[in-house]
Ligand binder design. Structure first.
Ligand code: ADP
Ligand code: MG
Length: 364
């Protein structure tokens, strides 16, 4: 197991990049703590695989260094890094049996037969393929082959890190949940450093201790699921995570109140804390923190639709010139004469140029 350090790392697939927009991965400094389970989350094309392949050695970065426990491995081949990587699509030996496929990484390292048999049996149980151990991989479904790939990734106990690049894409939904549970258990039992790439927030939030959110080649936030929910560091995190995502209101902070009051549309809202940002900003409020009101203070709003989604209702509204969403709990009433919204103070975040501005007095 290893701590993985990314030092001044950046990558462009072009030989002569002209500017930041030519970088698939923009400059990044980060330590992946030894033994932690991370999810790398972002939309397709944001640079997740690029970053993972640099860590595994499939790709040499155009700038910066990769260190394993302080040792520079930037140009070291994959085999020397002692990691296991599982890709989106199956990589299996068709002419080998499932058992031989699973045993391959261990045999390669000269492990004795009894130990190989023990590990293969254990992994076969984890991926639910004990009954197919003696079948040839050829002729198995894509789903089954991907489970073999996963098994091969999990079979070694002595790796520096386990890297998964959207490994459950071709797995059927029911099995997804089961395999994710097994991966979590594997992490719990062996404490490997794990990096799990996904574009699916549910997968990321259920798998990881820490989620690394990427957007457009940049890491925009690294935090616990709770951090990402309560304090999105970037507007992208706000709307990408959460269902529905965070509402964003164009706003102007009022200087005479030291930035404690914001002008949103025709309304003035008390943010309850001062913010040191000038000019146009955005106020972000998750649907969970929007309150409905009839009369009194707040931003004028009209309900356009109510969706019952089981444990709560999603109320769609039009307010301050935009469409927004509010989440209303099961037992809570929706006033028939709702004509405004207010914000629960703990749910207010302020953004300038898409980055969160900490309120005065917040310790960081
Ligand atoms: P993700 O895994 O998040 O979907 P990638 O890391 O695969 O994103 O891609 C990031 C960006 O780099 C994309 O714009 C993609 O088109 C580009 N890219 C990826 N691989 C290559 C490559 N081999 N050559 C050139 N551009 C690439
Ligand atoms: Mg990818």
């Amino acid at each position: 197991m290893a701590r993985i350090t990314l030092d001044n790392l950046a990558h462009s697939y072009l030989t002569y990049p002209r500017g930041p927009e030519d970088f698939a991965l923009k400059e990044l400094n980060h330590d992946w703590a030894d033994g932690e389970a991370y999810a790398l989350l972002g939309a397709s094309g944001c640079g997740k695989s690029t970053l993972l392949n640099i860590i595994s050695g499939l790709l040499i970065p155009s700038q910066g260094r990769v260190l394993f426990d302080g040792r520079d491995v930037t140009t070291a081949p994959t085999a020397e890094r002692n990691i296991a990587q599982v890709f989106q699509f199956p990589v299996v030996y068709d002419t080998m049996t499932v058992r031989q496929n699973l045993a391959f990484p261990l045999k390669n390292r000269g492990m004795e037969a009894a130990e190989i048999a023990r590990r293969v049996q254990k992994v076969a149980a984890m991926i639910d393929m004990e009954a197919q151990l003696d079948r040839k991989a050829r002729g198995l479904t894509a789903d089954a082959k991907q489970k073999i790939s996963l098994g091969r990734g999990m079979v070694r106990e002595d790796v520096n890190a386990l890297l998964f690049d959207e490994p459950l894409t071709v797995i059927d939904p029911h099995m997804k949940w089961e395999l994710r549970t097994q991966l979590k258990k594997l992490h719990h039992d062996f404490g490997h450093t794990m990096i799990y790439v996904t574009h699916d927030q549910t997968e990321a939030l259920t798998f990881a201790d820490k989620v690394v959110v990427m957007h457009d080649g940049r890491v925009v936030q690294i935090g616990t699921p709770q951090d990402l929910f309560e304090r999105p560091a970037h507007t992208f995190v706000g709307y990408f995570i959460g269902s529905p995502g965070m509402n964003l209101f164009d706003a102007t902070l009022d200087a005479t109140s030291n930035g404690r009051h914001a002008r949103i549309g025709d309304a003035t809202v008390d943010l309850t804390q001062p913010y040191a940002a000038t000019g146009r900003v955005q106020v972000g409020v998750r649907p969970e923190f929007i309150r409905l009101a009839a009369g009194g203070d707040g931003i004028p709003a009209q309900i356009t639709r109510i969706e019952d989604v089981g444990r709560h209702k999603i109320v769609r509204l039009h307010a301050a010139g935009r469409d927004i969403s509010a989440l209303i709990g099961e037992g809570e009433a929706i006033p028939a004469d709702t004509d405004r919204i207010t914000f629960a103070p703990q749910g207010v975040n302020v953004y300038a140029d898409d980055w969160r501005v900490a309120p005065g007095g917040e310790s960081r």
